[in-house]
Design a protein around this ligand. Structure first.
Ligand code: DGJ
Length: 711
């Protein structure tokens, strides 16, 4: 990482005048993002691409586009920043003041300070570069240095400029139980926005990430592609705008929709982090770089192990009592998983939680269901040698609850209109510090009473609708943002007091999947859809940005056409768990599950911490294959699936990836349904990656797992 002031000679009226050009290159091992200060004192993005060879190259770059464009000046397109000043002037002009560079964990943070000479407002652009992982994160801090309040109408985290003959955008959208499906489009003149306005369960329809191919559509291993994601557990917006000259700007940040923010004198506004990587070797490399970055610097306990589990949700739904749970804890032990996770339905007394119609907010244990409390369950778990995890949905309230009766003022709902319920519930007003205390108190009380709770599944099933806060009163447009900030306050407190407590982020499936949330959560629930065929697609989608160890993948009874082996093998590609009634399994299936947990435990280090190669996409045909390769390239595991093969279709070899071509590897099928293992054969890494092996079959819904070990 370098930063310097470059001196150049400028000819003015026949005289040599020494002019100073400030150039700020921000480099990773493969890329460089280069800013420079123009003669007019404004900041320009001169370059973002493959790392150049040095000072002279950066100095030779022509002036690019203004970096963090503002509303109201000469630009004709979407700005990053729009401030309404106290005198009614809506324009902002930013000039370079200074910049600093300092080392941070894993990289370097550059802070470029810009200020408006007329209004004294200041913007600090923070850009952290992680050289080894080729990842950047960028955010802005906007300071009100005026004498009165200012109003922020737009407040992006980042604005990046690109110039390529063509642009292709891949977005990931869907719905409940149908998350994260890729959709491609070419961008032409004008604006394309990807955004959400759902507030709490913010990603229910669209994921907060995208891929942008430059020049031509990138494939797994080829092409220039930007992959970007916003770390914000709320409304986000990505704006892609192609201008009249074919330039593209990408603006990322909190969705300013309904969120004009008043900033008092002397206050500052911190935007969330936009995290991005630019790959010149396709989407696969971009994913692997993001996975590495996440494990090393961002995901909670990114380098640690994860627990396998048995969850009772699909096995019992709300229909359980103490005896049933005690026996399920025994089943977790029998299965060989690390933890039993008790899901929804254990709380509420005045309004017991026998269905999703009531009790959210009343976090006292239902006495007639669980007469001896959670303590009896943690005790049983201890006896059985498994950990105990608990489901909570602490941000929500049922209208039929004691909390609602006591504290209607804590609920987000319009005072003078009919209430609207999503899944029969409402969202608590986390902008209110008292509500933050209450939500923190839910976790804290449970942990104090039952210190053996070893895991929480933190659910969030409702978006914010009918938005109104009794607490915010005159600042209603702050609520979407202050809600998320309130949530982070709570999560900060939880993390500070219980730093070693792993938690799953869940929002009615994958309704919350962002890297700021994942600073507090070790993993997330990808989808309520656990049909293994659908999961092949859903896990493929999330793997673009998130490592396998963060993706909870459970074996359930969805799609009984698929064998237990097929379902288990799909789950093994993520953080495996079971959400199944063991009595639904025959003897052979149960034995297979037990064996698979043992196999998984030995493969986990590679699946969790290795490099993921998406070899054959389920989107491309009737088969799919994914591979994980240990960092030392000595061990790998490959999963191959036949989904809906056609009659007598031609089958092609699966070409391995990520191996050392000069090493020899033993390859054998493991985890076969009858407990046996395949014959071991040796090949060079080069052969496996160039010729590949015939790993697909024409048997419908069949799957195979291959272990690859260097000799
Ligand atoms: C939605 C989650 O996605 C499910 O896994 C389950 O926990 C239910 N909520 C419980 O209400």
């Amino acid at each position: 990482m370098k930063s310097w002031i470059l001196c150049g000679a400028l000819l003015t009226f026949g005289m040599n005048v020494l002019a100073e050009t400030t150039i700020i290159p921000i480099e990773t091992d493969n890329t460089a993002l280069v800013y420079a200060v123009g003669d007019n004192g404004r900041l320009y993005q001169n370059y973002f691409g493959k790392r150049l060879s040095g000072k002279a190259d950066y100095a030779a770059l022509p002036q690019g586009k203004e970096a963090y464009l503002t509303h109201g000046m000469e630009d004709y397109f979407e700005p990053a920043l729009h401030i309404n000043h106290p005198d009614g002037n809506p324009s902002t002009l930013l000039k370079y003041q200074s910049h600093t560079v300092k080392a941070v964990d894993g990289g370097t943070e550059t802070v470029i300070t810009l200020a408006d000479p007329e209004y004294a407002d200041r913007v600090d652009l923070h850009i952290v570069a992680y050289p080894k992982e080729n990842v950047y994160k960028e955010w802005a801090e906007i300071f009100n240095n005026e004498k009165k309040d200012i109003e922020l109408e737009k407040f992006a985290s980042s604005l990046l400029h690109f110039r390529a003959p063509k642009y292709y955008l891949t977005q990931y959208n869907g719905d409940w139980a149908s998350e994260v499906h890729p959709h491609d489009q070419e961008l032409h003149y004008g604006k394309k926005e990807i955004d959400t306005k759902l507030g709490a369960r913010a990603n229910m329809f669209v994921s907060p990430f995208f891929q942008l191919s430059l020049g031509k559509p990138a494939t797994e291993n080829e092409g220039d592609v930007l992959v970007g994601t916003l770390g914000w557990t709320g409304n986000f917006r990505f704006t892609f705008e192609v201008d009249n000259r074919g330039g593209l700007r990408v603006i990322s940040g909190i969705n300013p929709y309904g969120s004009a923010y008043t900033l008092g004198k002397g206050e500052s506004f911190l935007t969330p982090e936009f995290i991005f990587t630019l790959s010149d070797r396709g989407k696969g490399k971009a994913s692997r770089d993001l996975h590495d970055w996440a494990r090393n610097y961002s995901l909670k306990d990114g380098l640690s192990d994860r627990m396998t589990l048995l969850n009772n949700w699909e096995a019992t739904y709300f229909d359980f009592d103490q005896d049933k749970l005690v026996s399920l804890i025994g089943e977790a032990k029998e299965l060989g998983v690390d933890m039993f996770l008790l899901d929804d339905g254990w709380f509420g007394n005045k309004y017991p939680r026998h269905s999703d119609t009531q009790a959210l907010g009343d976090w006292d244990v239902t006495a007639d269901k669980l007469p001896d409390g959670i303590g009896r369950l943690t005790e049983e778990a201890k006896k059985q040698g498994v950990k105990f995890g608990l489901w909570i949905e602490p941000e929500m309230v049922s209208p039929k609850s004691e909390l609602y009766e006591k504290h209607k003022d804590w609920v987000i709902t319009l005072p003078n209109r009919d209430e609207y319920y999503f899944r029969n519930q409402l969202v608590l007003d986390l902008s209110n510090p008292k509500v933050q205390d209450y939500v923190f108190g839910i976790v804290d009380d449970l942990m104090t009473k039952y210190p053996d709770i070893a895991f929480f599944k933190w659910d969030c099933n409702s978006p914010i609708t009918n938005i109104y806060s009794t607490y915010e009163k005159m600042n209603q447009s702050h609520l979407y943002i202050d809600y998320v900030r309130g949530l982070y306050n709570v999560l900060d407190r939880v993390k500070a007091k219980y730093p070693a407590l792993p938690m799953m982020l869940c929002a009615g499936g994958g309704g919350r999947t962002d890297y700021e949330g994942l600073k507090y959560f070790t993993e997330f629930w990808c989808s309520d859809n656990t049909d293994p065929i659908e999961r092949l697609f859903i896990q493929w989608g999330y793997s673009q940005v998130f490592p396998a160890k963060a993706q909870c993948a459970h074996v359930t009874t969805w799609n009984r056409d698929a064998s237990v082996k097929f379902r288990v093998n799909v789950a093994m590609m993520g953080k495996m768990g079971f959400d199944i009634n063991l009595h639904d399994l025959n003897e052979g299936e149960l034995a297979y599950c037990k064996q698979s947990i043992k196999d998984y435990n030995s493969l986990k280090p590679v699946i969790f911490n290795g490099d993921q190669y998406r070899l054959v996409s389920p989107h491309d045909g009737n088969h799919a294959a994914t591979m994980y390769v240990g960092k030392d390239k000595k061990k790998a595991v490959l999963f191959a699936f036949d989904v809906h093969p056609r009659y007598d279709e031609a089958l092609y070899n699966v070409k391995f990836d990520g191996l050392d071509p000069s090493l020899t590897y033993n390859v054998r099928e493991i985890n076969k349904s009858d407990g046996s293992q395949g014959e071991e054969k040796s090949y060079s890494g080069s052969y496996l990656m160039t010729v590949g092996l015939p790993l697909f079959s024409t048997s419908k819904l069949s799957s195979r797992v291959y272990e690859v070990n260097s000799i």
